[in-house]
Structures are given as C-alpha cells and as structure tokens.
Design a protein. Structure first.
Length: 114
C-alpha cells in the first residue's frame, strides 16, 4: 500500500489549495478514504472522510463549509479542496486508509501566512 500526497504549499489567508493523494497497492474503489492534519505541537486530527463510492462525506466542524473531499476511483486519487484558508489551517496534511491496518501517506505541508 502506498499513499502519496501532493499539492501543499504556502498560501495567504483567504486563499485556496487543492491537495491530492494518489493511492496504489490496493483496490482503491473499495475503501473509505480520510484526510488528517497535524499542526506543530498538536495531535493529529481528523479533517474529512469520503466513502468508497464517493457519495457520502463527513467533515470536522473546523473545516465544514470551507473544505471539500472528493475522489476519482478511475484515477485512484482522493482530493481535498481547501478554500477560505486561515492561519489555523497551517499543518501537515495526511492521507489515510484502513487497509488491513492503518495506512498513512508521508504528508504534505500547508502553510497559511501573510
């Protein structure tokens, strides 16, 4: 199993980024996918979940209405569209799936700064 995140970077408050997570080594379309994030000095926290079919999503209260999780099962990729970013969104963002055990990507850094 391999999960590879991309799309992070430096953005100003109010800006947008789209993260991608490319998956391999398992049947992607059969598994729910999640995004987590970890800010400096903080515990890793749940951000968003999408079910295997892509027709059901859940969000942390802190990102609801600003972030959108989606997936393309033909491309084995899950996305996180992040709008109206704030300083509090600064973190390393991780892609996650439970495939036999917890599987994590290496993370992608998102920094919101003016």
């Amino acid at each position: 199993v391999q999960l590879v995140e991309s799309g992070g970077g430096l953005v100003q408050p109010g800006g947008s980024l789209r993260l991608s997570c490319s998956a391999s080594g398992f049947t992607f379309s059969r598994y729910d996918m999640r995004w987590y994030r970890q800010a400096p000095g903080e515990e890793r926290e749940f951000v968003a979940l999408i079910n295997s079919a892509g027709d059901s999503t859940q969000y942390a209260d802190s990102v609801k209405g600003r972030f959108t999780i989606s997936r393309d099962n033909a491309k084995n990729t899950v996305y996180l569209q992040m709008n109206s970013l704030t300083f509090d969104d600064t973190a390393v963002y991780y892609c996650y799936a439970w495939v036999t055990r917890a599987q994590w990507g290496q993370g992608t850094q998102v920094t919101v700064s003016s």
